[in-house]
Design a protein around this ligand. Structure first.
Ligand code: COI
Length: 356
């Protein structure tokens, strides 16, 4: 690995009590370039702009995908990644679908560990805080022919993340727009999936909702995802979540919630979640909770569903009554080394391995 440390670190200007997620970037980043049919050496360099022209294929044809993951600091200052092998598997799954050359586990994991180790002082400590890591792959060849690019960059940038507490949100169940189509790229964390979601989400916001529950592109009768998250529904004391498919992202938080629900002995059904069943359950009072899960916010609890012009309120459960809150707490306690890790999910980032 080539290591070029910043000569102008900004860490002393960083106020861990006053920052906003996604706007402040740590002092370094990882880059690695692909050309002539192979990936080059991983480089840890100061964070900053990299020169490309508007003819770069990634911005013209959208060959780009990314990951979202976090590093956590415990009370003793130890730093952990959470299930990084899942993100490694998924970035290559996304890459394959987008005809981007896959990267090795060494490039991905060593890059992550080096970055987190060198910039460990940027990781805030305290309830709900973490360092959000964004590994990404994109086409860099300067060419306008609509074909697979011959040059790529793998990069990792990172931004400190604050408390994941978010106020309950209201979500519109889509009866027109869809996030993904059968045979498409829904299961990939493709940049274009996010681009395609912004316009329908903006329309939902104009109608007074915060996000969209994405339904299937064919009939709009089945739940798929919610906003940028996977979705869970609780009817009576059973939890339902759609099964993954070529349209649904295999979320790491989703998978962790499933395993934690099983561990708690909660009744869980992975399969079709029918819009009409959820609406009927809301009407007959058996719908207890609906929530989204993702790396960024961990859990977003829904207070209302919008469906065909009607706003349907959801019950307000106490933390003790809420499965969403219980499972979120179980997960966060493992991530932040406040609980045993029976699944072996935490990966310690050793200190000073990458200093020069
Ligand atoms: C996540 O929560 O995992 C996300 O992907 C959100 C990100 C797009 C900000």
């Amino acid at each position: 690995m080539i290591i070029q440390k910043s000569t102008n670190p900004r860490i002393s200007n960083f106020d861990p009590n006053n920052f906003s997620f996604g706007n402040v970037f740590i002092d370094h980043m990882i880059i690695c370039e692909y050309e002539n049919g192979k990936w080059g050496e991983v480089q840890l360099v100061p964070y900053g702009p990299i020169g490309f022209t508007p003819a770069m294929m990634g911005v013209n044809y959208g060959q780009a995908c990314f990951e979202g993951m976090k590093a956590y600091k415990d009370k003793d200052g130890q730093v952990f990644l959470f299930r990084p092998e899942k993100n490694f598997e998924r970035i290559n799954k996304s890459a394959k679908r987008l005809a981007i050359p896959e990267i090795s586990e060494e490039i991905f994991l060593e890059g992550l560990k080096a970055l987190v180790d060198i910039d460990r002082d940027w990781i805030p400590y305290g309830e709900g805080t973490s360092l959000y890591l964004r590994p990404l792959l994109f086409a860099t060849e300067e060419a306008l022919k609509a074909r697979i690019s011959e040059k790529y960059m793998f990069a990792i940038v990172a931004t400190p993340a604050k408390s994941y507490y978010t106020a309950p949100v209201s979500v519109k169940i889509s009866d027109h727009y869809s996030r993904a189509a059968s045979g498409g790229v829904g299961a990939a964390k493709a940049a274009g999936n996010y681009a395609a979601s912004f316009y329908p989400t903006q329309l939902a916001i104009e109608e007074g909702y915060d996000q969209i529950i994405w339904t299937d592109d064919c009939s709009h009768e089945y739940f798929e995802e919610s906003g940028t998250m996977n979705v869970f529904v609780r009817i009576n004391d059973t939890i339902y979540t759609p099964s993954t498919s070529d349209k649904i992202l295999d979320g790491v938080t989703r998978d962790s919630f499933i395993k934690l629900a099983e561990k708690r002995g909660i009744n869980l059904v992975i399969g079709d979640v029918k819009v009409s069943d959820v609406i009927e359950a809301q009407k007959n009072g058996t719908l207890k909770e609906v929530w989204g899960v993702g790396t960024a916010v961990v859990t977003s609890i829904f207070e209302a569903l919008g469906y065909q012009g009607e706003r349907l309120e959801l019950p307000k459960l106490s933390d003790e009554e809420s499965f969403a809150v219980q499972l979120k707490n179980d997960l966060v306690n493992i991530q932040t080394n406040q609980a045993e890790d029976p699944f072996g999910w935490r990966v310690l980032v050793e200190e000073n391995v990458y200093s020069i």
